[in-house]
Design a protein around this ligand. Structure first.
Ligand code: DGP
Length: 110
């Protein structure tokens, strides 16, 4: 079982900020911004593209949940990111949407 599946199963702890039937959101263990929440499907899909192919409604819910979290925190803007593949920085191969906010962000990203 992957580390995020273990968080979904509550086998390892996480600071959970939202939960629905298909989606879990929790604070990133190494936050890169004042708000850094990971929004994930409860069912295991390696990448965002896999999730889009297999469960498009859940993919849409990830974005809706991220926006709701941003609104509850009064963020005036936020950045969303899916890293796909090691060269893009993916280290956990269970699809996850990064919600980052609470500071300015440069473009292009590093
Ligand atoms: P990525 O590099 O895009 O695959 O992002 C993986 C993120 O997951 C990274 O920012 C750190 C976070 N992370 C890894 N392990 C854990 C964990 O056990 N708990 C929590 N809360 N976050 C984790």
């Amino acid at each position: 079982m992957c580390i995020f599946c273990k968080i979904v199963a509550k086998e390892i702890p996480a600071d959970i900020v939202f939960e629905s039937i298909g989606v879990l959101a929790f604070n990133d263990i190494t936050p890169q911004a004042p708000t850094h929440v990971l929004v994930i499907p409860k069912w295991h899909h390696e990448t965002a593209a896999d999730l889009a192919a297999m469960a498009p409604a859940t993919l849409a819910e990830l974005f809706t949940v991220a926006d709701q979290i941003a609104k509850t925190r009064d963020l005036d803007g936020y950045r969303l990111a899916f890293n796909t593949g090691e060269s893009a920085g993916q280290s956990v191969f269970h699809a996850h949407l990064h919600l980052l906010g609470g500071r300015p962000f440069a473009w292009p990203p590093g």
